[in-house]
Design a protein around this ligand. Structure first.
Ligand SMILES: C[S@@+](CC[C@H](N)C(=O)[O-])C[C@H]1O[C@@H](n2cnc3c(N)ncnc32)[C@H](O)[C@@H]1O
Length: 243
């Protein structure tokens, strides 16, 4: 592990940079991206074996698949349903529908396909304002208009609740939220050691009803840090001898 993001990686879009850094450092081979859109990230990820999932790709998928790439045009639920139960994935990027329920289901489906050193990168975990955090996209847009806050179209939905859920209900996983060098994203990996983490809400219904302001009040739950610190915390937890 060199612990620094080299100049070539630094020029890349934040998701590509983070994912390719993990691939380089961990020798990861298989990559799944849920929600691909124009393929800006997917095309530049340097994994040996890549899976793209989107009901509405905004580019022409290759008619003949590259031997190392597979495109699934459809919802993530259907993709996971079709995936060989024995298939293990090294890196999974969850960037599909920005709702708590869908991203949580994508996370649960992903858990069936990970191994001890797999990594899950979750997008949209830090909404930029209360409008961006509304789970319904049309309502978020409508509320922005009514409140004269439509100088931005940012919509992150309520994916942040998934981080609260991981904190309270998935103690076997470590995580950190990257902020400050491109869009915030949360990186999740299996802990080699038991992290001391006492549940804070300890109630699924309360978590599902949290608001943007509850998020701000409890922002420490996201474990926000710089890109380099979160990536290196994750990578170093896989080094032999690190406990
Ligand atoms: C923010 S874009 C993805 C951007 C892409 N990951 C990138 O880095 O450039 C979100 C995408 O998720 C897709 N999407 C929405 N619902 C989905 C679902 N249930 N399963 C998979 N993809 C979904 C949308 O069609 C859209 O293209």
């Amino acid at each position: 592990m060199n612990g620094i993001i080299n100049e070539k990686l630094a020029e890349l879009h934040h998701s590509v940079r983070r994912i390719n850094y993990l691939i380089d450092e961990l020798g990861a081979k298989s990559y799944l991206e849920v929600g691909v859109f124009k393929g800006r990230t997917f095309r530049q990820v340097n994994a040996a074996e890549k899976y793209a999932v989107d009901p509405d790709f905004h580019f022409k998928c290759p008619e003949k698949f590259n031997p190392n790439e597979a495109y699934f045009k459809g919802m993530s639920d259907d993709f996971f349903q079709s995936l060989d139960p024995k298939k293990k994935l090294d890196i999974v990027f969850l960037d599909g529908l920005h709702t708590f329920e869908q991203t949580y289901r994508d996370f649960c489906n992903t858990l069936a396909h990970i191994h001890d050193e797999s990594i899950i990168l979750i997008d949209d975990t830090l909404p930029s304002d209360p409008f961006s955090a509304i789970s319904d996209k049309a309502r978020s847009k409508g509320m922005r208009k009514i409140c004269n806050s439509d100088n931005t179209k940012a919509w992150h939905g309520d994916v942040y609740k998934l981080v609260f859920l991981i904190h309270d209900f998935y103690p076997a996983f470590s995580y950190g939220t990257i902020k400050g060098s491109g869009n915030p994203q949360t990186l999740v990996w299996k802990s080699k050691f038991k992290e001391k983490r006492l549940p804070i809400f300890d109630n699924l219904e309360i978590i599902s009803r949290l608001s943007y302001f509850d998020l701000i009040d409890n922002i420490r739950i996201l474990k926000i840090d710089t890109e380099v610190n979160v990536l290196n915390r994750c990578i170093s937890s896989f080094l032999p001898g690190v406990e």
